[in-house]
Design a protein around this ligand. Structure first.
Ligand SMILES: Cc1ncc(COP(=O)(O)O)c(C=O)c1O
Length: 382
């Protein structure tokens, strides 16, 4: 079963050896830029590529500013601190996400509230969010959002653009504004994805990106925070050990973090970003070929939501049921083709088992059906 799919993938990647889910492609000036940091000795915390990468990212996404951070998880952590999330606060997110979203909430000693996703976006459902807030939250006399049964503060909401497909971010923004929730977008997977022609990660107060080796562009390890000018200064300060600029003395005015992206990683990022249009276009071509292949099969290939341009970071199949999912997984992995189910939803992980949650109907439905299939750029396309 599913031999046609395995054959298509092996032909596409021109190999019968192991095919990973997503590997990086270096088709531009990566070696030149990285070598130049070695030649200059500026491989670490400062250097021209950090500034250039931040400027290039801001320009590409249309954000006012971008802060280069050591990885996407730290970018999430720092953005939450910048949004003033305090120990004991609640932060709403989707149950179907990568664990880093919830881990970063825990780093702030806050707690996640887990809300369902939509089947047509795979991301946080505005309807589920609004209905949960109507039933469980209220605005106090200072217009602070509180949980009805404990009066604890609900501070923020973090939707995630799953596999690069944009969530309905404009509707979520309206709900967050009405409930006075800081909106932070986990756009780790969606560099290059647009919602109504605007880049994901630029709708909320902040958006975070990841440049891990499996993402659409990589800096080895890395991340970024998209934000406005005021938050930029705050974020730069906190990510640089909260050091007051001084050529001689070491003075730090609060507990800061060593979360800066090193120059050598930023150099890689600058070169990768030069290829982003090619990567997005070719990943979309690959997705269209998959969509055609699945058109006459009994499997559903997940396509971008309405009004969106998705980067199709990870191509996604929605199976009929759990048993078909498992057959698909074993049939591909048996042929050395990497295929993965979706993440275990957050409420099923031991550390978030007691989190407040809604019915999570779509989360459970999708958990049994999603399979990610190889999504790197095929060598012939490059
Ligand atoms: C949705 C999501 N959030 C956060 C992260 C964390 O990024 P990083 O691995 O760069 O820490 C990732 C990816 O790894 C992710 O997929």
């Amino acid at each position: 079963m599913f031999d046609y799919l395995a054959q298509f993938i092996q032909d596409k990647y021109n190999t019968s050896s192991f095919i990973p889910l997503h590997e990086p492609r270096f088709i531009g000036r990566e070696k030149d830029f990285v070598s130049s940091t070695i030649d200059s000795t500026f491989v670490s915390s400062v250097g021209k590529y950090v500034d250039q990468f931040e400027d290039d990212l801001a320009k590409y996404t249309g954000s006012k500013k971008a802060i280069a951070i050591v990885n996407g998880t730290s970018a999430l952590h720092l953005s939450m601190l910048m949004a003033d999330i305090k120990p004991g606060d609640y932060v709403i997110t989707q149950a179907l996400t990568f664990v880093a979203t919830c881990n970063a909430i825990s780093y702030c000693q806050a707690e996640p509230i887990l809300i369902d996703v939509d089947k047509h976006t795979l991301g946080l459902s505005p309807i589920a969010l609004e209905s949960w807030l109507d039933d469980n939250a209220y605005l106090d006399s200072d217009q602070v959002c509180k949980l009805k049964n404990s009066n604890r503060t609900i501070k923020a909401c973090i939707p995630m653009h799953t596999f690069g497909h944009p969530v309905e971010i404009d509707t979520l923004e309206i709900i967050c504004n009405a409930w006075n929730l800081a909106l932070i977008e986990d756009a780790a997977e969606s560099l290059g994805s647009l919602y109504k022609n605007t880049h994901t990660g630029t709708f909320g107060l902040m958006g975070t990106l990841s440049f891990n080796g499996n993402k659409i562009i990589t800096t080895g390890g890395g991340g970024a925070i998209l934000c406005n000018e005021n938050l930029y200064s705050k974020g730069k300060h906190l990510s640089t050990t909260a050091k007051i600029p001084n050529n001689i003395h070491f003075v730090h005015d609060e507990v800061g973090f060593n979360y800066r992206l090193p120059n050598i990683n930023a150099a890689l990022g600058c070169a990768q970003l030069e290829s982003i249009d090619t990567f997005v276009a070719q990943k979309r071509d690959l997705a269209h070929e998959y969509a055609e292949l699945f058109h006459n099969s009994n499997l559903e290939f997940f396509t971008e939501p309405k009004n969106c341009r998705s980067n199709y970071w990870l191509n996604t199949v929605i199976c009929d049921d759990l048993s078909q999912r498992d057959i698909l997984l074993s049939s591909l992995t048996g042929k050395d083709i990497m295929a993965r189910p979706v993440w275990t939803p957050m409420h099923k992980l031991p550390m978030f088992r007691n989190a407040i949650k809604d019915g999570l109907k779509n989360t459970s439905w999708l958990e049994e059906r999603i399979v990610n299939i190889p999504s790197s750029l095929p060598p012939k396309l490059i």
